[in-house]
Design a protein around this ligand. Sequence first.
Ligand code: PEP
Length: 252
Amino acid sequence: MRSPLIAGNWKMFKGVADAIAFAKEFRTLARDFTEIEVVIAPPFTAVHAVADALRNSGIATAGQDCYWEKDGAFTGAVSAVMLKEAGAELVILGHSERRRVFGDTDADVTRKVHAAYAAGLAPIACIGETLEEREGGRTLEVLDTQLKAAIDGVSTEQFATMVVAYEPVWAIGTGRHATPEQAQEAHAHIRGRLRAWLGGEPADHCQILYGGSVKPDNARAILQQPDVDGALVGGASLDPRGFYAIAEAAAR
Ligand code: PEP
């Protein structure tokens, strides 16, 4: 019912030449994938080149963020419309590094989600609790608040293309991943909320990805959980063979 989706978030790594080399190698490795979806999110400067190198491969390109205005005097910003024109089909929004380093708020995420839809991009909406919030017993409350912001004002038709990524902040780039049980608990909660707020069909169709130190050796156990539909992979997506191994674990 939900095809597995593996997305690679390159963060601020790889220049254009390196990005093209990755795309060429990865599309060869992944040429036999049929039942899984793969997305690569390079830095803005390489979106066009990667989309070009992946043309007709079935592998999609995503932005890592966007600004909500279409154009204007916003130095340093890149709009959803520009990402779309460069060849992106999706955009990661609300990543915890955007929230923590750049101060993105839930209200910003809502605006960006609507800008993405207006430009024809599918949002990958990231939500997740900090260690302090988890230890304080506030995980589910935090997920609810961030999820609500991501779907605020989104129609059922629009929601059909949204991907939700559960990314516990304490697991991102730390080498410490959530256990399969912790991931399943959060994902089941998220799907339950989507069911309550949007209805059974949208909830059942929504791909919910887990993100946080996914590596080739832990991917399988996490991806086997019934409500885990794929992974958002940071560090381990930088190496084509490692990323391929994770995608392969999802395909099995
Ligand atoms: C991420 O950047 O979304 C991420 C999950 O990073 P990592 O896999 O390196 O923890």
